[in-house]
Design a protein around this ligand. Structure first.
Ligand code: ADP
Ligand code: MG
Length: 262
């Protein structure tokens, strides 16, 4: 893997004002470099700042201090140049648009010629195994299929980076496992850099090259864990000792949280 960094986070602190107008530090001096083509998960309990960090990478909110470089530029330039696609827990599809037209949305906004749009949409829908469902409306799809549409739409402009915020949290275990397999295949085929937010330890270990564990309350990185399981990964890996050992290692990095009574 290239050592070139796709995302560089240096000394990033984020504070919010609470209801009483007190400053609350959510993230405190975060340093994190993410390599080009890496699959990195941000893991931590609810409220530890995962979404906030992802939104700062996406330039949807600004750091209070510190710098973030994305794809060789500042985060704002990267956003304006469509360097990332984003996938949320709720796929946020337009009910009145078909699957095809939902994926078309970012392409329409950039006035991509219709013929080119069709080529891209067909390719992306094939990638998320939705070929044949083009003319369906979101309410006709299962939750897993809706999330696939969200992924296809995020990939439509062929961004270098995919930012995913708990994309599979609302899905049942079986659907989630299928989507894990599909996501890894997309990642392996396209070579995108993926930053994946989750609070699910097993999911993070199964998918990632590296896990960044965030501690609740302190706003610090508790641990960076290399997930050395071989690729490509299959669900058979979930039963191996190597997987179980990494799961335990990751769990142990939450000791700080437990000790703090969180
Ligand atoms: N816009 C905001 N204004 C004030 N507080 C916020 C805002 N966004 C997030 N927070 C607070 O920051 C903390 C981290 O939130 P978040 O990044 O959403 O956590 P996570 O995604 O890990 O669950 C929470 O305590 C949350 O209440
Ligand atoms: Mg969140």
């Amino acid at each position: 893997m290239s050592q070139e960094y796709e995302i560089r986070i240096e000394g990033v602190t984020k504070q919010f004002q609470d209801q009483k107008n007190n400053r609350k530090t959510v993230l405190d001096g975060i340093d994190l470099n993410i390599k080009k083509g890496e699959f990195l998960s941000l893991l931590g309990s609810s409220g530890c700042g995962k979404t906030t960090l992802l939104r700062m990478i996406a330039d949807l909110t600004e750091p209070t201090s510190g710098t973030i470089r994305v794809a060789g530029t500042d985060a704002r330039t990267a956003r304006l140049n469509h360097k990332y696609g984003m996938v949320f827990q709720n796929p946020v599809l337009y009910d009145w648009r078909t699957v095809y037209d939902n994926v078309a949305l970012p392409l329409e906004m950039l006035k991509v010629p219709k013929k080119k749009q069709k080529e891209i949409i067909e390719r992306q829908l094939a990638m998320v195994t939705l070929t044949g469902h083009e003319n369906k409306y979101p309410h006709e799809l299962s939750g897993g299929m809706q999330q696939r549409v969200g992924i296809a739409r995020a990939l439509a402009l062929d961004p270098e980076i995919l930012l995913m915020d708990e994309p599979f949290s609302a899905l049942d275990e079986f659907t989630r496992q299928r989507l894990h397999g599909d996501l890894l295949q997309i990642w392996e085929t396209t070579g995108k850099t993926i930053v994946f937010v989750t609070h699910n330890i097993s999911e993070a270990v199964f998918l990632s090259d590296r896990i960044c564990v965030l501690t609740a309350g302190l706003g610090k990185i508790a641990d960076l864990i290399d997930i050395t399981l071989p690729r490509p990964r299959t669900h058979g890996d979930l039963k191996t000792k190597a997987f179980f050992d990494l799961l335990t290692k990751t769990r142990n990095s939450f000791e700080v949280d437990y000790n703090a009574g969180i």
